[in-house]
Write a protein that binds this ligand. Structure first.
Ligand code: DAT
Ligand code: MG
Length: 155
């Protein structure tokens, strides 16, 4: 494994941090076999929030979304692995926790669209992962290493 490695941006949103779900969410991604390449706890400012959610600027919920995401510390992370972007999205579940399947992060830990605990790059928007990683991380804040279990995770 290495040729197929893909990086994706993941964030435990302020509700997830306040509710003590950081360990649970990181634990699920780790246990799946994904590799943690970078992490920082930060309170997102308005400029960064508006850049990050630029695609939603014209939506009626944009103001609420920006005010929520800037309301407290969030854990920004980069995870990597085979097909990582899509696999993380599957683990997150539907955007609306009310219809997210049990077993997914949103389906297990959230109930409301505006408090859905986790962000992950959109796998249907090519380049979203790289764009979001660049927004939150400098290249020297990310590491490349071998997880010792990778021969047991990948054929
Ligand atoms: P996702 O977070 O699954 O990528 P998205 O990119 O469509 O979903 O929307 C970003 C966030 O905006 C989402 O996590 C919650 C909020 N949101 C989306 N649609 C909404 C709506 N119809 N009403 C209120 N908030 C919404
Ligand atoms: Mg999205």
């Amino acid at each position: 494994m290495s040729a197929d490695r893909e990086r994706t941006f993941v964030m435990v949103k302020p509700d997830g941090v306040q509710r003590g779900l950081v360990g649970e969410i990181v634990g699920r991604l780790e246990a799946r076999g994904l590799r943690l390449d970078g992490a920082k706890l930060l309170t997102i400012d308005r400029d960064l929030a508006e850049d990050h959610y630029a695609e939603h600027v014209d939506k009626p919920f944009f103001e609420d979304l920006v005010s929520f995401i800037t309301s407290g510390p969030a854990l920004a992370m980069v995870w990597s692995g085979q097909d990582a972007t899509r696999q993380v999205r599957q683990m997150m579940g539907d955007t609306d926790p009310a219809v997210a399947a049990p077993g997914t992060i949103r389906g297990d830990f959230a109930l409301d669209l505006g408090r859905n605990v986790i962000h992950g790059s959109d796998h249907e928007d090519p380049g979203a992962n790289e764009r979001e990683i660049d927004l939150f991380f400098d290249p020297d804040e990310l590491v490349d290493y071998d997880r010792i279990d990778e021969p047991w995770v990948y054929e």
